[in-house]
Design a protein around this ligand. Structure first.
Ligand code: PMP
Length: 429
C-alpha cells in the first residue's frame, strides 16, 4: 500500500500541531511510522487520503458501534444543524436523551451531559468527594479515565504507550490523593482502604478494562469491590466510557450484575460527536449545581448536534436489542478464527475478549492486569500492526488498547481479517 499523501499531510500537520496530532495515541509512536490520514468512512471501512480501504477495528475508539456514517445518526445531525448549532439554553432533546439513558441503565435516576469522557470522570470524582466529604480516591494501574490530573497516575492507553504514566504538570498534592491498586486484585484495594481509614471518597475503575488491552474482571472482583465500598462508606464509580451501551443496553452493570454508585459515559452515548456524561441515583446527583454545592458546568454541554447524534444512536440500540447479541457473536467468531490461525502458526499469544471488546497479546501467560499486559512482545506487536495495515486491516496502534467490533462488520470482513492474521504471522514473525 502507498501512504504518500498521508505522510505529506503529517509533515504539514507537524508544523502547526504538536506532534502533528490532536490526541497522542494517533501518532503511531508505539508502532513507528507515520499515521494515516482518513478522508472518509462508511460502515465497516475507513478510506484514507491515498485511496486505501481499511477494515476498521478502532471505530473512533468505540463510538461507531453501528458502523461509520450510519444513516439515522447522520440524518439526525443534518436536520438539527439546520436549526442552529448551539444556544446555551435548555433544549427538549436534552431531556429526551436523558430519559432514554435513565431507562436503559440500571441504578441511575439522573444524568448530566458533558463534552468528553475526561470531563465525565473528573466530574464524577468531584461529585463523589463532595458527597462523601472525603478527599482520596483509589484507581487501578492501567485503567484510563481521561487526562485530568488525578487520573494520570499509572494510567493506561496513550499514557502508557508514551511511557509517561506520571505526567509532568500533575502536582505532588494531587498525586498524593490518588491511591493505586492492582486490577483484579481485591487485596490491594483492601490494604489501601485499611491504611487510609475514613479518607477514601471513591473507587473508580473500568468494569471491563479497555486501556491495557481488554481485561475482563475476574470472578468476584467487582462483587468484592462493591462489598468493600459498602462496608467503608466509599462510592463505587464505574467508568463505562467504553463499556456503556456496548456490553449491554445497560452497560457493564447490567452484563455483570454489579451495581455502581456513579457511572460515567462517553463514546457511544455521543454517536461520534463529542459527548460524555455522568449519572447516579437522586441522592447523589442532588449534590450537583444548581441543586447542590458541587460545581460543574459547560458552555457546550448538551449541545443540540451532539444530543441528536447520541439520541439517534441510543434509540436504535434500545429498539434493536438483537444488535448486542450480533456484535458479541461477530467478536467470538473473530476470536476463534484468530486463535486457530495463531495456534497453527505456533505464535505465543493470549486473546482476551468480553462482548464486543477484544485484544490480542503476544504473550503466553494470562493477561489479567497492567503488569501482565506489559509482558507482551512489543516488537511482535509492531510487526503485527503494520502487517495488518498492509493487508487492509486497521487496528489500534498500540498493544495497550482494545479492538472495538461494530455491527457493520460482515462475515466476509471478519474472514478477511482472520486471513490477514494468517498472512502476517505464518512465517518470519
Ligand atoms: N475513560 C475511559 C475508559 C476511556 O477509554 C477514555 C478514552 N479512551 C476516557 C475515559 C476519556 O475519554 P475522552 O477521551 O473522551 O476524554
Amino acid at each position: 500500500m502507498i501512504y504518500q499523501r498521508s505522510s505529506q499531510l503529517f509533515q504539514e500537520a507537524k508544523k502547526y500541531i504538536p506532534g502533528g496530532v490532536n490526541s497522542p495515541v494517533r501518532a503511531f509512536s508505539a508502532v513507528g511510522g507515520d499515521p494515516i490520514f482518513i478522508k472518509e468512512a462508511k460502515g465497516a471501512y475507513l478510506y484514507d487520503e491515498d485511496g486505501n480501504k481499511l477494515i476498521d477495528y478502532i471505530n473512533s475508539w468505540g463510538p461507531m458501534i453501528l458502523g461509520h456514517a450510519h444513516e439515522p445518526v447522520i440524518n439526525a445531525v443534518i436536520e438539527k444543524t439546520k436549526k442552529g448549532t448551539s444556544f446555551g439554553t435548555p433544549t427538549e432533546i436534552e431531556t429526551k436523551i436523558a430519559q432514554l439513558a435513565v431507562s436503559m441503565v440500571p441504578n441511575i435516576d439522573k444524568i448530566r451531559m458533558v463534552n468528553s469522557g475526561t470531563e465525565a470522570c473528573m466530574s464524577a470524582v468531584r461529585l463523589a468527594r463532595g458527597f462523601t466529604k472525603k478527599d482520596k480516591i483509589i484507581k487501578f494501574a492501567g485503567c484510563y479515565h481521561g487526562h485530568s490530573d488525578s487520573f494520570l497516575i499509572q494510567a493506561g492507553s496513550g499514557a502508557v504507550t508514551f511511557g509517561t504514566p506520571n505526567s509532568p504538570g500533575v502536582t505532588k498534592g494531587t498525586a498524593q490523593d490518588t491511591l493505586l491498586a492492582q486490577y483484579n486484585n481485591l487485596l490491594s484495594v483492601e490494604e489501601l482502604i485499611n491504611a487510609n481509614q475514613g479518607e477514601i471518597a471513591c473507587v473508580i475503575l473500568e468494569p471491563v478494562a479497555g486501556n491495557m488491552g481488554c481485561i475482563p474482571p475476574q470472578k468476584g472482583f467487582l462483587e468484592g469491590l462493591r462489598r468493600l465500598c459498602d462496608e467503608n462508606d466509599i462510592l463505587l464509580i464505574f467508568d463505562e466510557v467504553m463499556t456503556g451501551f456496548r456490553l449491554a443496553p445497560g452497560g457493564a452493570q447490567e452484563l455483570l450484575n454489579v451495581n455502581a454508585d456513579i457511572v460515567t459515559f462517553g463514546k457511544v452515548i455521543g454517536g461520534g460527536l463529542p459527548v460524555g456524561a455522568f449519572a447516579a441515583r437522586d441522592e447523589i446527583m442532588s449534590h450537583l449545581a444548581p441543586n447542590g454545592p458541587v460545581y460543574q458546568a459547560g458552555t457546550l454541554s448538551g449541545n443540540p448536534l451532539a444530543m441528536a447524534a447520541g439520541l439517534a444512536m441510543l434509540t436504535e440500540l434500545n429498539e434493536k436489542r438483537e444488535i448486542f447479541d450480533s456484535i458479541n457473536e461477530k467478536t467470538a467468531y473473530l476470536r476463534d478464527g484468530i486463535k486457530n490461525v495463531l495456534n497453527r502458526n505456533k505464535i505465543d499469544h493470549t486473546i482476551n475478549q468480553l462482548g464486543s471488546m477484544i485484544s490480542v497479546h503476544f504473550a503466553k501467560e494470562p493477561v489479567i492486569d497492567f503488569e501482565s499486559a506489559a509482558l507482551g512482545n512489543n516488537e511482535r506487536f509492531k510487526k503485527f500492526f503494520h502487517g495488518m495495515m498492509e493487508n487492509g486491516v486497521y487496528i489500534a496502534p498500540s498493544s495497550f488498547e482494545t479492538w472495538f467490533i461494530s455491527e457493520a462488520l460482515s462475515t466476509e470482513d471478519l474472514d478477511a481479517t482472520i486471513q490477514a492474521v494468517d498472512k502476517v504471522t505464518y512465517k518470519d514473525f
